[in-house]
Design a protein around this ligand. Structure first.
Ligand code: GTP
Ligand code: MG
Length: 201
């Protein structure tokens, strides 16, 4: 396997309509999860550019589908988060529509990374989201975020418990990554995984 290197990463377009997303057929890897879980920060960490995607301590920062082109070959896609309680009903519905149509209809989406805050116990909203992905045959991997916020032992216990919870419903687990946007933990693993998929396309 070729060693992965990010030579360039640049913003291409933001929009709410998948028909207006890039039509060049390049493979793309999208990041989804609860609001504030660290999607945009993870993209910046992977690209080694803290200014690429907009991040923030207030949930609900990302409201559009954002395409970032890496090495002129493939895209990282930042999506709005789900499950932010303080949104109006109409905005929640609008974002859910964006997320749903992107995930189900975007043919170039090679894989969806679903982010889970490593600090928390399994949440209903995420478990239901996994179920929905399974029902619709969407390929995904799980990324635990904010690993730096836990001691190593606790981190290990949380991830073990999370996997056990998933195995109550799933016969096998998808690929699982443990990451921190602060320490860049998991960066090489995710990039190598993306690279290994790109090489099969
Ligand atoms: P929305 O766009 O609102 O859905 O959020 P998001 O999932 O894109 O989260 P974002 O990357 O904006 O990060 C939310 C907050 O968590 C910010 O204050 C980040 O600095 C912080 N954060 C994200 N990842 C990490 C991490 O790995 N470690 C630590 N300590 N903080 C993180
Ligand atoms: Mg964001």
């Amino acid at each position: 396997m070729k060693k992965i290197e990010i030579k360039s990463a640049r913003f291409v377009i933001s929009n709410t309509d998948i028909k207006k997303c890039p039509q060049d057929g390049k493979p793309e890897y999208a990041f989804i999860g609860r609001s504030n879980v660290g999607k945009s920060s993870l993209i910046n960490m992977l690209a080694k550019n803290s200014k690429l995607a907009m991040t923030g301590s207030m949930p609900g920062k990302t409201l559009l589908i954002n395409h970032f082109l890496v090495n002129d070959e493939w895209y990282l896609v930042d999506l709005p988060g789900y499950g932010y309680a303080k949104r109006s009903k109409s905005q929640t519905e609008k974002l859910e529509h964006i997320i749903t149509t992107y995930v189900l209809d975007r043919e170039q989406m090679t894989l969806l990374f679903v982010l889970i805050d490593a600090r928390h116990e399994p949440q209903k909203i995420d478990l239901e989201f996994f179920e929905w992905l399974g029902e619709n045959g969407v390929p995904f991997a799980i990324v635990f975020t904010k690993a730096d916020k836990l001691k190593k032992t606790q981190l290990g216990l949380n991830i073990k418990a999370y996997k056990e919870r998933l195995l109550e419903e799933w016969e096998e687990l998808p690929p699982v990554f443990v990451t921190s946007s602060e320490t860049a933990q998991g960066r090489i693993e995710i990039l190598e995984y993306i690279n290994s998929i790109n090489e099969t396309l």
